[in-house]
Write a protein that binds this ligand. Structure first.
Ligand code: KPL
Length: 302
């Protein structure tokens, strides 16, 4: 059965190529996008090796879908996830499992409620970026996979096995909601700041940015507590500074979006925090509101 991947950005290409190149034998894959893809795509591994393969790809607007779909992996940005899904949905059996790979916590609860088949969410720390003819797998990470209600454990375990064998280590979990919120908290503390000031993640360790990160964490922590998201054992600050350290050389995704003039994922990352703050009657969230209020395409030099 085919793994259908909708969204040929860095993550979609990484999934498609890793599955195709699976050492235990190629996993059937079809990659869907809005624009035609080159017939051959290359994967540069973290060790610097480049492998290229022909991939089965198609336009997501066409009904040319495989008969038997193991799962539909939605790998677009959160900003376009539902629009990308709409033209494909009528051509799939309603029981098709859907796997959501988006950042933040915006489309996940909505599609969890509206998709007729099983829905899993993935949270990944794999690092990858698009190059013209493929993708660079820049940093190895880990992926967690689960259903927001802790259901479909067998499906999560089976898919985790397929991904792990293909070189993307994946663990099925029953607490994916908490893991998505943890990643959201890290993204909220890092991404708006680096996008606003046009800096790499590591520069947040220096003045004048360091106190800005601390102020963001101070604003986030009570909202997460009110939302009953348990803090990591070592605390939010340790989690955030650990990610900043580990990704010091990165240009974060929101900075890349801003630099390329694309809409940012501010609604998926800051939106749920602001919504939770309002719902729990928490006082004015000065920083979150200010960063959310910046233009959708705000300039890194604004
Ligand atoms: O996930 C990231 C992103 O760029 O969106 C971080 C963790 C901030 C790493 O760059």
């Amino acid at each position: 059965m085919t793994q259908l991947i909708l969204g040929p950005g860095a993550l979609g290409r990484l999934l498609a190529l890793r599955l195709t190149l699976c050492p235990a034998g190629p996993v059937p894959v079809k990659l869907l996008g809005r624009r035609p893809l080159p017939p051959r795509l290359s994967l540069t591994t973290p060790a610097g090796e480049t492998l290229s393969r022909e991939l089965d790809s198609a336009l997501s607007t066409e009904a040319d879908l495989p008969g038997e779909v193991a799962a539909l992996h939605l790998t677009t940005k959160a900003t376009v996830a539902e629009a990308a899904l709409a033209p494909v949905t009528p051509h799939l059996p309603p029981h098709t499992p859907l796997v959501l790979w988006q950042n933040g916590y915006d489309v996940q609860p909505r599609l969890h409620a509206s998709w007729p088949g099983p829905v899993l969410c993935a949270s990944t720390s794999e690092g990858a970026y698009v190059v013209e003819d493929g993708v660079v797998h820049a940093g190895r990470g880990h992926t967690w996979l689960g259903n927001l209600d802790g259901k479909h454990a067998d499906l999560a375990a089976a898919l985790a096995d397929v991904l792990s064998r293909a070189g993307l280590p994946t663990t099925p979990v029953t607490d994916i909601r908490i893991r998505l919120w943890h990643k959201l908290a890290v993204n909220a503390a890092i991404n708006p700041l680096v996008a606003r000031f046009g800096i790499r993640n590591g520069q947040l360790r220096d003045r004048p940015f360091r106190p800005m990160v601390e102020a963001m964490i101070a604003e986030l922590a009570p909202i997460l507590a009110a939302e009953r998201i348990p803090a990591p054992e070592s605390g939010w600050a340790t989690l955030v500074w650990g990610v900043i350290e580990g990704t010091a050389n990165n240009r974060a995704s929101m900075l890349q979006d801003v630099s390329a003039g694309r809409p940012t994922e501010r609604d998926a990352i800051l939106g749920p925090l602001l919504e939770a703050a309002r719902r729990h009657g928490l006082a004015h969230c000065k920083l979150l509101e200010a960063y959310h209020g910046l233009n959708r395409y705000h300039s890194a030099r604004a």
